[in-house]
Each structure stands twice: as C-alpha cells, then as structure tokens.
Design a protein around this ligand. Structure first.
Ligand SMILES: [Zn+2]
Length: 339
C-alpha cells in the first residue's frame, strides 16, 4: 500500500479542493470555484477533471489513484445503492430562494459517476469525515464517545457512540444544526423555524446584531464592551449549549470537539459561555463531559476526506509525522481551465 496514491476531495457551497497524497504526505492541492451550471453531473465531472489535472502535474496517471475520499456538504439520499447529494447549497431545485443557485438540480449523483472511474470511492458529510479525522489524528484520539461540531456559517455534527460512527438510513445522522430549539424562531436555510443553526450560526449572529455588521464585527464589538454585542453573543452561546445538552442527553457522550471559524476565532469568549450554560443541564448526564477545540482546524478538509480511505499502514506514520501540516499551498485554478 506504500506505492499507492489517494485523492482527497472537499466540496463546499463555493469551492472544491482536490489533493493527491501518498504514504509520505500530500503532494499537490488544487482549488477551484464549484461549477453550479450545466446538468447535475457537473460537480462529479469537475472532480474527475481536477483529479486528472492534479495527477498530470505530479507526473502520475489517473490509473495510479487507488481510492478517492470525499468530504462534502449534504444531506444525502441513497439511490440505486449510491449516496446522492440532496443539498440546497448546491441544488437550485431544492433551494428555498430561487435564483440564488444557477441550476434546477434536485440531486447530484456524485458517487455513482465517480465509482465508474476509480477503483474505490467513499464520501461523507463534512462533519462526519471530520469526526473520523479528529479521532484518528486530532483531539479525539482514543475516545470512543465523541461529537465533532462545526460552528461556522452553519452548524453540523458527526458522532461516534461506543466506537461506532453513526450513519443512519441515508447517512444523515449528525445533522445537529437542524434540531429544534425555540418556538417561533427565525428560519434556517433548510426551511425549519427556530432550529439550532437558525439561532446560533455565524450568519445568525450577524443578523441578530443588524446594522450591516459581519460576524467578526459583532465579536470585535463584544471585545470593546458593546452591550448589544454581548447580548447577541451570549444568547447564541447559550442556545448552542442547549443544543449540545440535547445531543448529549441522547448520545451520552464524553467529548465535544468544536471546530469552525466562528468558534476557533473566538473561543476565548465562547467556550466559557457554552460551558456555563451546558453544565446547568441535568448534572447526572452532563457532569464529566469535556469541550475542546478542533486540533486539526485549518487542515481538516484534506485530512478528513483522506481519513475515509486511508490504509491502516499509513495511519501510524501520518499520526507520527503529521504531513498535512507541511502540505503544499493550494494552486487556485481559474474557471476557464487556466491557472
Ligand atoms: Zn435547519
């Protein structure tokens, strides 16, 4: 397995990154705006083309890729035995606000298209792949009961219980951003009113403060003692803690690993507020639970996708060498194929 190459793919609402790795580390990383035009195979075809270009640049052939690991926004549905993406962030036919996404797709047959082109393809929701990576290489090493949470423009979770990764019927287990918190709350991008994401995401913090402020503006105002910013951020942190208490009540977890830019940029403010509220919840269930920041943070995209397909033989070496920290910077590709 040392002479094999793996492709890692990270698909978000705005960009795709593709990396190629071998036993020694990451060899190349390409970055391109996600193509939302054309038919619903545009994204799988773009992924294939990016892998091929990355291979060419490092002097290997596409046939040398033994497996492709994909970390993507979701949800999924299972169709003909393959995982299909049904995300309103990519599929215009599912988006609530028509016209924002320039296509009418209702599903993206990612696995099916790529499985015809590569020997092994595995995909997972970005928070599910992140919990796998954090457990192998990050803040969750050796822990069998853990939850990874991203606190960013959205909220998502990936969950291990008793050492088992929770998947569910459509592999949508862990969509913790869409659990209900408040009656008559604001609307989430998913259509729910008053769910966790609608109340505490980075966008929700900016919306609640108003005045055209960005999320980071609200945190800056908090640091300068602004009363409204304090009120908005405390409310978000307390609601986040209530969401985590609900997840903990169901999962009986040991460790919450929190990532995402909103949390990681402001953990000095957020972590004490979250802990203060969380531990008010039923002590028999919450006592002893730990919160910790993601250990992989900015590297998470690559390593999360690779974690899905990494051979056992590589894991020990990667754990020791941490080669993702020395990965080459991403090469940004223009949409027209130039770079
Ligand atoms: Zn939602």
């Amino acid at each position: 397995m040392r002479n094999t190459y793996l492709a890692a793919v990270d698909i978000g609402g705005t960009k795709i990154t593709v990396s190629i790795a071998h036993y020694e580390g990451v060899l190349i990383k390409l970055y391109q705006r996600v193509k939302l035009e054309g038919d619903n195979t545009s994204i799988p075809e773009q992924v294939d083309a990016l892998i091929e270009r990355a291979c060419r640049r490092i002097g290997i052939h596409k046939k040398d890729i033994s497996a492709v690991g994909i970390s993507t926004c979701s949800p999924f549905k299972i169709k003909n035995g393959y995982k299909v993406i049904v995300s309103p962030n990519l599929c215009g036919g599912l988006a609530k606000e028509r016209g924002v996404i320039p296509n009418d797709w209702t599903e993206i047959p990612l696995e099916e298209v790529l499985t015809g082109k590569y020997p092994r393809v595995k995909s997972g929701n970005d928070c599910v792949t992140s919990v796998v990576a954090e457990r192998l290489f990050g803040a969750g090493k050796g822990e069998d009961n853990l939850v990874y949470v991203t606190w960013s423009t959205g909220i998502g979770t990936g969950i291990f219980v008793d050492g088992h990764l929770l998947k569910g019927k459509n592999e949508n287990a862990g969509h913790g951003g869409h659990i209900y918190i408040a009656e008559d709350g604001p609307q989430c991008g998913c259509g729910n009113f008053g769910d966790l994401e609608a109340l505490v995401s980075g966008s929700a913090i900016a919306r609640d403060y108003g005045e055209g402020a960005t999320t980071e503006d609200v945190f800056s105002a908090y640091r300068q003692g602004d009363t409204k910013a304090k009120k908005v951020i405390k409310k978000a942190a307390y609601n986040f803690a209530r969401g985590m208490a609900s997840i903990n009540a169901l999962m009986d977890t040991q460790l919450f690993i929190i990532g995402g830019s909103v949390f990681l940029n402001n953990r000095d403010i957020l972590l004490p507020l979250v802990e203060q509220e969380f531990f008010k919840s039923f002590p028999a269930l919450t006592s002893g639970v730990k919160f910790t920041p993601s250990a992989l943070h900015t590297f998470l995209g690559d390593i999360a996708a690779l974690s899905l397909v990494m051979p056992d033989e590589w894991i020990e070496k990667w754990e020791h060498d941490r080669p993702w920290e020395n990965a080459p910077p991403a090469v940004v590709l223009e949409d027209n194929g130039n770079e």
